[in-house]
Design a protein around this ligand. Structure first.
Ligand code: HEM
Length: 510
């Protein structure tokens, strides 16, 4: 029974052949590696030294070598000090964590865990959805792809995959997403001052665009977030703020040492309230979307959109999936857009090349796609990924037991010269280069870079995000020459990489 269900996940038409091949290769890779005797225990993996009681925390408190070291600087320091594999001991509420800066070892874990992968991420959100003010019976109910694991996750994912990953369905949104992009351009033009800068907070603006765009797919209607008279306390603005605050609170609770599992800390209380608010606002929007659909059902099957198709499959899944789209689809797309614009502004010759392609109005836009891929490599919104081991592995000569968190330092690996020549430079051409070109991306290990994750658990919103970003970037480049003045933006790494102001963009008419 279980095997049959698993097969449903694997055989879904929307999952590419390539992936099936990956799984086959994976078994071989893991087996081959299992034959090599592990010489050392995972406890011998290099890592920061430890003191009784506070363990490795001593390095993160004031005076410690990692105090206030964040993001790429931290991974850089870890890799330089300890090498390609770094050990963090278990701390309250979290098992041991092994950091990998090695693409081949990352592939072993990703492939080895690709049947029912567990991505231990948003534990506090999982707690809220499964336990906070819930009855025992509610524990068995699905809560969504971000927080479910095992059979609950598998059943949900196999039900929504054919809708969310079907290119034909996503293509239905091309015109509506482009209308949002054009409305955003109009809004940017009205917000511009005489210097070409926006008289508004740039990150808020990108969030409004991202929410308006994802709502088209999640709810099948416009939220009108781009309305210049949108009140500060409107549900749309509240949702944006809420999602942003959630990623920050979740980072403190789930990705940094925290005792919230034992003591109800102020951040924990704040997070529970934020999760509740997000759930209520999202439900409010989804109800509106469902009501509209019930009043005007689509006649032909081909014209049915995501929400309508999900509702036909399972109403409960439809509500949860739509609400998770509003959660996962805002800050991710908006910060990616900001990063891409910044990189193009700093590389005017690449921007000009992209403009030529955009203005040519050709159907295929390989350089546009290459610019976005390169932006994911150089300034990704997600710094890495994580899996829980459900079996034993031999990694780089160390024996890795079950129930260990493995974190993959993709952002760091993507910027390593070992994997990408001229790694720190923004060179979209590498994604289009011929095999004979030293920049050819195919020369590198495929697991050094994984902006949307890997395998059966990879990002379900990928096609939607790509459509939104490609469409909006096309419109921006068609309308504006984008420049940047002053120092580079700061990037604040929480569970996402947030690009922080001041946003020194100048938008000149083309
Ligand atoms: C630039 C945009 C985005 C990036 C870079 C991104 C990246 C990711 C990554 C790295 C994962 C983890 C995958 C893994 O564990 O292998 C993920 C999961 C997920 N993403 Fe995205 N994402 C983006 C946009 C979106 C959008 C627009 C949506 C909503 C439609 C979305 C919904 C989700 C969901 C629901 C999951 C959990 C999937 C599962 O566990 O089965 N993401 N995303």
């Amino acid at each position: 029974m279980q095997t049959l269900k698993l097969r449903t996940v694997i055989n879904l038409p929307a999952i590419k052949q390539e992936f099936i091949r990956n799984v086959a290769v994976s078994t071989a890779a893991v087996k081959a590696n299992e034959d090599v005797p592990a010489v050392k225990s995972w406890k011998d993996i290099p890592g920061p030294s430890s003191l009784p009681v506070i363990g490795q925390l001593l390095h993160f408190i004031p005076g410690g070598q990692f105090h206030n070291v964040n993001g790429v600087e931290l991974t850089d320091l870890l890799n330089k000090t300890y090498g390609p594999i770094v050990r963090f001991d278990p701390i309250v509420g979290r098992p041991a964590l092994i950091f990998l800066f090695d693409a081949e070892s990352s592939s072993q874990i990703f492939r080895g865990e690709n049947w029912l992968p567990i991505r231990p991420g948003f534990k506090s959100l999982e707690y809220y959805r499964k336990h906070h003010n819930k009855t025992k019976e509610q524990l068995e109910l699905p809560t969504g792809l971000i927080t479910d694991h095992g059979d609950l996750w598998k059943n949900f994912r196999s039900a929504v995959n054919p809708v969310m990953l079907q290119p034909k369905t996503i293509k239905l949104y091309t015109t509506a997403i482009d209308e949002v992009a054009q409305d955003m351009i109009t809004r940017m033009k009205t917000l511009r001052n005489e210097n070409g800068m926006l008289n508004a907070k740039f990150d808020d603006e990108m969030n409004l665009w991202a929410l308006e765009s994802i709502a088209i797919v999640a709810l099948g209607c416009r939220l009108n977030c781009l309305d210049p008279n949108l009140p500060k306390d409107s549900p749309a603005m509240k949702l944006i703020q809420c999602v942003h605050d959630i990623f920050i609170a979740a980072d403190k609770l789930d990705f940094k040492p925290s005792v919230w599992r034992f003591i109800s800390t102020p951040t924990f209380k704040k997070a529970m309230k934020l999760y509740e608010d997000q759930e209520n606002i999202a439900k409010y929007f989804v109800r509106q979307g469902v009501e509209q659909l019930k009043k005007n059902p689509t006649k032909s099957d081909e014209q049915k959109g995501v929400l309508e198709k999900l509702l036909e499959i399972n109403e409960e899944y439809a509500y949860i999936m739509a609400s998770d789209m509003l959660f996962a689809g805002v800050d991710t797309a908006s910060n990616t857009m900001t990063a891409t614009l910044y990189l193009l502004a700093k590389n005017p010759e690449k921007q000009e090349k992209l403009r030529e392609e955009v203005l040519s109005k050709k159907d295929k836009k390989p350089y546009l796609r290459a610019c976005i891929k390169e932006s994911f490599r150089v300034m990704p919104i997600v710094s890495g990924n994580i899996r829980l081991t459900t079996k034993e592995y031999n990694l780089l000569g160390y024996h890795i037991p079950k129930d260990i968190h493995i974190a993959f330092g993709h952002q760091h690996m993507s910027l390593m010269e070992t994997y990408y020549p001229r790694a720190k430079e923004f060179i979209p051409e590498r994604w289009l280069a011929e095999k004979t070109d030293p920049l050819y991306h195919g020369n590198t290990h495929p697991f050094a870079y994984a902006p949307f994750g890997f395998g059966v658990r990879s990002c379900i919103g990928r096609r939607i995000a790509e459509l939104e970003i490609e469409t909006f970037l096309t419109r921006v480049i068609e309308n504006f020459k984008v420049e940047w003045v002053g120092p580079p933006p700061r990037v604040h790494q929480t569970s996402l990489n947030y690009i922080k102001g001041p946003f020194n963009f100048i938008f000149k008419d083309v």
